[in-house]
Design a protein around this ligand. Structure first.
Ligand SMILES: [Zn+2]
Length: 165
């Protein structure tokens, strides 16, 4: 994705209030992100550990930001394995967490959320490219990196479509 700034990020959120978007904690190393290798910018809030954020580019070049919250009590045992729904990385020990996103519009006002298993550090782009390794052990991938990138992007678009209904 193209490099984006703090104001790009804060104005991109579709499922939280303007006040929340203004206050949320940005990644400390925003300027040093490996933008060319990111399908989306994902991070955990440095000041609120149960919050996470995903900012992605739409096809028209606009941005869509999704605020996430880790689901309490969803953490499984250390030895159990979970799969991220975006990059399909399998990880143990809490490396994949159940996160929920409030839906936009009327559904969100009624309290509807979308739950999704995601890499806890939201660094799916780097796992997809083999730039970050997991301790949990990857399963044997037969796809090329390009195919994996396309798959992660498809999964991301599907997730966003469920939130922005
Ligand atoms: Zn992932």
């Amino acid at each position: 994705m193209r490099p984006i700034t703090e104001s790009d990020i804060r104005s991109s959120f579709v499922n939280c209030s303007k006040g929340e978007a203004k206050r949320l904690g940005l990644p400390a190393d925003l300027a040093e992100q490996p933008w060319q290798d990111l399908d989306f910018l994902g991070w955990r809030d440095p000041g609120a550990p149960d919050r996470g954020y995903v900012v992605a580019e739409r096809e028209d070049g606009g941005l869509v930001g999704i605020a996430l919250r880790a689901v309490k009590g969803a953490a499984r045992g250390f030895a159990s394995r979970s799969m991220c729904s975006l990059c399909l990385t399998i990880r143990t020990g809490g490396g994949v967490a159940l996160m929920s996103a409030r839906r936009t519009g009327e559904a969100g006002r009624l309290g509807n959320t979308v739950g999704q298993y995601l890499c806890s550090d939201l660094a799916c782009s780097l796992y997809t490219r083999g730039m970050k390794q997991t301790a949990g052990g990857d399963f044997e991938e037969t796809l090329t990196v390009e195919e994996r990138i396309a798959r992660t992007r498809d999964n991301l678009a599907g997730f966003i479509a469920k939130v922005v209904a």
